[in-house]
Design a protein around this ligand. Structure first.
Ligand code: ADP
Ligand code: ZN
Length: 603
């Protein structure tokens, strides 16, 4: 008799119950239906095809665009005792032959293939002679020209349907927007299939945006104490900044390595490998890093520069906390970021229509940074979802941001720009407002202006915040060709005349160390768990992973180790009841971990 999905989930993967729409998707595919599955990163897409692969007869063919990802998935599946293999260009000839032989012999449950390989006549005719459980098309948005990951080979995957009409096809992606979704359905000929769309919220990620002050120190304050010994990614815009930041973090005794397209291939691979296989490596990277990395225990993603859009931000921060445990998304944001992006938008030579879209995207991103609302509500709104209540797990929920009627303050700032001739940067404008005595003020005789010294009721940091917000609102424009001087935007008349009122946010006060007052970091380990035991279990896991050359998380996830440290099982049966421990892992590692738990040196 065919295996039941829930039995496979429990005995092979060691999970108790399906999540969200998994069960529905799985039943649908097992019954032979086509499906398009949209789930956020970490939503559990893999099981949607892995479980049917084990319930249906024959081999499941999984199309995946990224070799690193394939390798990881195969390693993880083998740990669960699933007969999995991958076929791609990185495989030595002999091994490829062996995989093909196993395929022919029906000795595989799941085979991962790169699209260009799959579509060779040689491979297709091999499949003609195999019993096929299903086709899974991972990262299905690669078929769409809308996304930035377009892969022409994906277009030809529609042929699979004609050639193998009896094998169900399931396409999966985390890319949500509707043009891409329509494109996938059209190009993969999934019109008769069902669509499963999951909500996009990632409740375990805590979103925070800090006004940039001393970005490095702020980053350090964020990393130290809250994320000691944890893996994470720090994103920067340029290669130079990646190198500098990584070197500086390393000098502060953090295990940080750079990653960008300019590094030579072997160094890049080595850094990625360390990130995957060791605990607690921080990768400082340009956005190129992270695509196709399925590391579940990335505990934080930090942005030192603004991403290109909210989509990019959501994708990048989404790499944190795939395992569902608490994770942090932190970003430092300042006037220069706004300036840079505005400049890029203005000088872009894209067609008008494209420019308008880019402009809207930029406004949404800035709106997110400057919001006084719950950040998660703003994010989900943007993706067309509604979160009824503020989330309680973002900075604006945890430390509510005050907004105030900033009309008068804005008027002072704007007229100061006007009176000084619309050519000076924020530093000098603050000097004038605060009644400073600098060379420049003397040189231009700005002490005689009516705006000189009218701003002493605010601190310099407050004025900086005001200018940043006015630029973000488009009321001031930064002259990026020159020296970053500010001039008035077209809309500022109404403000100066008092016809339009302006609400401003009051940035949180910084403490002495330059960091914003910290809400306590989300605790990964509950108080009831034994921290010392957890560390011992981690060390054991690392030993086992090293011996096999696989990442530690394919042996056990953190969540499984935390469960061990909490419940301290003493027998195999008790151990088997914990999440993430299926039959194969129980046999393979059960006794080893029981011994660690029983050891006397755990306090
Ligand atoms: P995605 O591919 O959607 O990003 P994954 O398939 O990698 O997500 O799943 C994310 C994590 O959630 C994995 O670590 C996986 O083991 C875990 N997971 C998925 N489904 C379940 C479930 N039903 N119960 C427990 N853990 C699950
Ligand atoms: Zn919130």
């Amino acid at each position: 008799m065919a295996r039941q999905p829930i039995d496979v989930l429990r005995s092979v993967f060691g999970f108790e119950a399906f999540r969200g729409q998994q069960a529905e998707v799985i039943d649908h595919v097992i019954a032979g239906g086509d499906a398009l599955v949209l789930m956020p990163t970490g939503g559990g897409k893999s099981l949607c095809y892995q479980v049917p692969a084990l319930c249906r007869d024959g081999v499941a063919v999984v199309v995946s665009p990224l070799i690193a990802l394939m390798r990881d998935q195969v390693a993880a599946l083998r740990q669960f005792g699933v007969r999995a293999a991958a076929l791609n260009s990185s495989l030595p000839f002999d091994e490829a032959r062996r995989v093909e032989r196993d395929l022919r012999a029906g000795a595989l449950d799941i085979v991962y293939v790169a699209p260009e390989r799959l579509l060779t006549e040689e491979f297709l005719s091999l499949l003609d002679n195999c019993k096929l459980a299903l086709f899974a098309i991972d990262e299905a948005h690669c078929v769409s020209q809308w996304g930035h990951d377009f892969r022409p080979e994906y277009l030809e995957l529609a042929e699979l349907h004609d050639r193998f009409p009896s094998a169900p096809r399931i396409a999966l992606t985390a890319t949500a927007d509707s043009p891409t979704r329509r494109d996938i359905v059209a190009r993969l000929a999934l019109g008769r299939g069902r669509q499963f769309v999951a909500g996009f919220d990632r409740p375990n990620i805590r979103y925070r945006v800090a006004p940039k002050d001393n970005a490095r120190q702020q980053l350090l304050a964020f990393l130290r104490g809250t994320h000691d010994g944890q893996s994470g990614i720090v994103y920067c815009l340029t290669r130079a900044k990646v190198e500098e930041t990584a070197a500086w973090l390393a000098s502060q005794a953090l295990d940080a390595v750079p990653y960008h397209a300019g590094l030579d291939k072997s160094r890049r691979a080595a850094h990625q490998d360390r990130f995957l296989k060791e605990d607690g490596v921080v990768v400082v990277a340009t956005i190129a890093f992270g695509m196709g990395i399925d590391k579940p225990d990335v505990r934080f993603v930090a942005h030192l520069d603004l991403p290109k859009s909210l989509e990019a931000y959501y994708q990048e921060t989404g790499r944190a906390g795939r395992d569902g445990l608490p994770a942090d998304a932190w970003m430092a944001y300042g006037l220069q970021d706004v300036t840079k992006l505005r400049h890029l938008a203005q000088t872009s030579d894209a067609p008008e229509a494209q420019k308008r879209i880019e402009h809207q995207k930029l406004e949404s991103l800035l709106g997110y940074c400057e919001t006084t609302r719950c950040r998660r509500q703003v994010l989900l709104d943007y993706f067309g979802e509604t979160l009824a209540e503020p989330c309680g797990n973002c900075d604006t929920c945890l430390e509510p941001i005050e907004s105030y009627d900033g009309t008068e303050v804005a008027q002072k700032a704007l007229s100061c720009v006007y009176r000084t001739g619309q050519m000076f940067g924020v530093g000098h404008l603050c000097d004038v407002l605060l009644g400073g005595e600098t060379e420049r003020i003397a040189k231009f005789r700005h002490q005689n202006l009516s705006t000189y010294g009218i701003g002493t009721d605010l601190k310099r940091a407050d004025w900086r915040s005001v200018f940043r917000q006015l630029v973000a609102m488009g009321l001031l424009i930064v002259d990026v060709e020159g020296h970053g001087g500010l001039r008035l935007g077209a809309d500022c008349r109404a403000v100066l005349r008092g016809e339009r009122r302006i609400a401003l946010r009051r940035d949180p006060r910084r403490g002495r160390a330059g960091a914003a007052p910290k809400s306590k970091a989300p605790a990964m380990i509950a108080d009831s768990a034994d921290e010392a035991l957890f560390q011992n279990l981690r060390a054991e896991r690392m030993r086992l992973a090293k011996a096999q050359g696989v990442p530690p998380y394919v042996v056990f996830h953190d969540s499984t180790l935390i469960a061990m440290a909490t419940h301290k099982p003493a027998t195999r049966d008790e151990l088997a009841g914990l999440p993430g421990i299926g039959q194969t892992k129980l046999d393979r590692y059960g006794d080893t971990f029981l011994a660690v738990i029983a050891r006397k040196d755990n306090p």
